[in-house]
Design a protein around this ligand. Sequence first.
Ligand code: PLP
Length: 226
Amino acid sequence: MTSIQDNLTAIRSQLVECEKKYVRMPGSVLLLAVSKQQSIENIAQALEMDQTHFGENYLQEALPKIAYFKDKIAWHFIGPIQANKTRKIAEHFQWVHSVADKKIAERLNDQRPDHLPPLNICIQVNIDQEPAKSGVVIEELFPLAEYCRKLPRLNFRGLMAIPEAQKNFSAQKLAFSKLKAQFEKLQEKGFMVDTLSMGMSDDWKAAVSEGATVIRIGAGIFGARI
Ligand SMILES: *Cc1c(COP(=O)(O)O)cnc(C)c1O
């Protein structure tokens, strides 16, 4: 096995343990491999181990990888979205985790090709209200959710956040619990959401303890990026 395959094996078994520890259903947390800056060879090593969901942040970097692997991989767009990139994103991805305004949502809806199922989307929430970070603030969440729910070519699935990096487990949990609270509020209001995309290499266990259904892991699988 290569080191990528070793890392994947280790994370998978830690995830099984973590689901047990926090009384989550076995298999209820999807491991999304974040392959930004990773070569086709590295992605192929993970795919060989039946890793089939991958996340990319930059459209131009993702397109050749998507063309190479065709429908063997489900691609998730997880980076900030510029308006001039929406058409290709709508054409080539199954998921977008980083919807943060109406204009982008509308363009993705209008540009989603008819022969494909509705595009799965999450709204990105700026959960720590950091000025430099993408995502909507809490006050903007419900109006945007209402808007997305009405767009027929989008399937509004849930929420995503990238909290401030914290070393301490309980501080990590606190940020994730805030996102979970908003997710539950959506469910109470009748939104059919089932996806909480939260947790990265350094904080995913806290995210699983707070109900993450997707964890997005880059360095933990592929090694540190330079
Ligand atoms: C890069 C990135 C990740 C993965 O981060 P790691 O620390 O390498 O696990 C997850 N989510 C988003 C949005 C990212 O940009």
